[in-house]
Design a protein. Sequence first.
Length: 315
Amino acid sequence: MSRHSYHPSTSSLGPSQLLQGSQSRPQSPSPDLAGIQKLLREHFRSSRTSLQQLERLPASLHRLYLLHLTDGARLVLKCPPAASTRLLRSEHHSLVTEAHVLELLTSSRPPVHVPVPRLLRADTNPDAEPLGSTYLLRTHVHGIPLAQLRPHLSGTDLAQIDHALGSYLRALTCLTAPAFGPALQVAAGKGSTSWREAFLLLLESVLRDAEDMLIALPYDFIRSLVQAQQAVLDQVRTPVLVAMDAGRSGSVLVDERRRCVSGMVGWGNSIWGDALLAGVCWGYSADQADESNRTFWGGFGGCDGSDAEGVRMRM
């Protein structure tokens, strides 16, 4: 399988644009109808297509809106969370990261066969007009989250979905980068030269988030445990695109009629690193005695089940 090497210069969003405005929290005003109408006119370059109905969608972090247009189409508008929302370190750049990764996925040549929404328009400035904040406009993906639909799916349906998710994980490994680390840092030329270095930085970021929130964890034990096993991380020599959230059951959309994956959303937490860190892997293990695991890794193209691979998955 061929790999598509990614270099920062291939994206129309340059490093300075990607990180611009991400250093401080915007005020995140709620978008008004007039601003959305103006955004649609600018995008479609026509006054014939306009907003008919605005629907607030449930979301764990960002403010998400479903736009019903007069021509029957539906789009999704994603805006930053309220200014009072306390963010994790990985969440500060998530909206900008999502715009960057969606553009990368949909513009890759040859195409990467992963069902993702199409990015229509995005502005990474914290006071971007006409909405007064950073925003992302994308196509709407019809479907129900796998986490919600799973109890109603048959074994055959789940096997098809497991296999599809494995194949999508494999497809993402075709995209490579010159360095390891968070997608925006790599785009800005600030990635790590080794997966060990990048992983330890990511882990420390998570632990510091937990410490900031006064969560009781055995921090010293966790750090020492990883320290003792970190040599296996050097086995990863090629940075591939890793979706930390997009493959998790809450972000996998399933067509309730056809019982198949219709889309994967939530690309704001993406890195260049080890494919085994992907969120989609968290629901599976290397245990080939389990049918779900066998089907998933069959879609991926196999799992060697080595001790080192098992350690990387557990880490």
